[in-house]
Design a protein around this ligand. Structure first.
Ligand code: SF4
Length: 297
């Protein structure tokens, strides 16, 4: 049906396995943005959460962007509004605003640089050292960026409930119980800053795409994964001879799991639900998104 309707199906790494399996492309936010910007198809069925579909609509204004469930939101993106950001900017005139891609289009319109966990370090490093930086909305990613870049950031105290739920105790337990395993930690995790402080040479702080690449090339055979459990399907598919285990089985994003195969089918059949962004907001958000897509990760 996707071929008949000239649509491409894009799925985030946290989608349920059966949705990942029908997708033309599976990846993280950055990879999905790049694919949305370059696809030849007339329509994009975006299997992810709403802010991601908005980003696709901004990058591909001549295409129809559909999301199979309009209620697929994001607790992290909801943690800051454009009004709150404008007030924060007013307190720090001249500061450079760096937003993690998990933000609404209105917040992106107030942003200088967008980033994903895959290229956040490069984005911070691209900003002159004497400039003040406001980083939002994820505090754990912000703390990790301070560590790896040596820069001092002003950090918005937002968090993702799924990643914040992965606690240092979960990591410590696994460090003791699985001494043969490599530990793959997403920098949004509530344990990430502690994992860096107490981690050992087996602890890797990686974006989801970096987890996929790292596990394919590492000689290790067993991996413990500290992020949303949807990534396990992709990791197991791409490295079928290796073992992947979640540090917490309940690290599940209910928003990501709202997209089902039935809803993807209905979306294609009934051409719903179209995601659009007001042209004035889209034009302002586009610059920050283009800078994100240009800076690699
Ligand atoms: S896992 Fe967290 S950051 Fe990702 S979509 Fe779900 S709520 Fe948002």
């Amino acid at each position: 049906m996707a071929r008949e309707r000239d649509a491409v199906i894009l799925a985030h790494n946290y989608q349920v396995p059966e949705v990942q399996d029908v997708a033309d492309y599976v990846g993280d936010s950055l990879g999905l943005s790049r694919t949305a910007a370059t696809t030849d198809a007339a329509a994009i069925v975006f299997c992810g959460v709403h802010f991601m579909a908005e980003t696709a609509a901004i990058l591909a204004p001549d295409k129809t962007v559909l999301i199979p469930d309009l209620d697929a939101g994001c607790s992290l993106a909801s943690s800051i509004t454009a009004e709150q950001l404008r007030a924060w900017k007013a307190e720090h005139p001249g500061a450079v605003v760096v937003s993690y891609v998990n933000t609404t289009a209105e917040v992106k319109a107030e942003t200088d640089y967008c980033c994903t966990s895959g290229n956040a370090k490069q984005v911070i490093e691209a900003i002159p050292a004497d400039r003040e930086i406001l980083f939002l909305p994820d505090m754990y990613l912000g703390l990790w960026l301070e560590k790896v870049t040596g820069r001092t950031l002003r950090i918005w105290m937002g968090e993702c409930h799924v990643h914040a739920g992965i606690r240092p105790a979960d990591i410590e337990r696994w460090q003791a119980e699985a001494p043969d395993a490599e530990l793959l930690v997403h920098p949004e995790c509530g344990c990430a800053s502690q994992a860096m402080a107490f981690g050992n040479e087996r602890t890797r702080i990686l974006s989801t795409e970096q987890m996929v690449r790292f596990s394919q090339t590492s000689p290790a055979e067993r991996f413990l994964v500290a992020t949303e459990t949807g990534i396990l399907h992709r990791l197991r598919r791409d490295s079928p001879d290796k073992t992947f285990e979640p540090v917490r089985e309940d690290a599940v994003c209910r928003y990501m799991k709202m997209i089902t195969l039935e809803k993807v089918h209905a979306s294609l059949r009934d051409w719903k639900f179209e995601v659009t962004v007001e042209p004035e907001i889209a034009a302002r958000a586009l610059g920050s998104i283009e800078r994100m897509v240009e800076i690699g990760g």
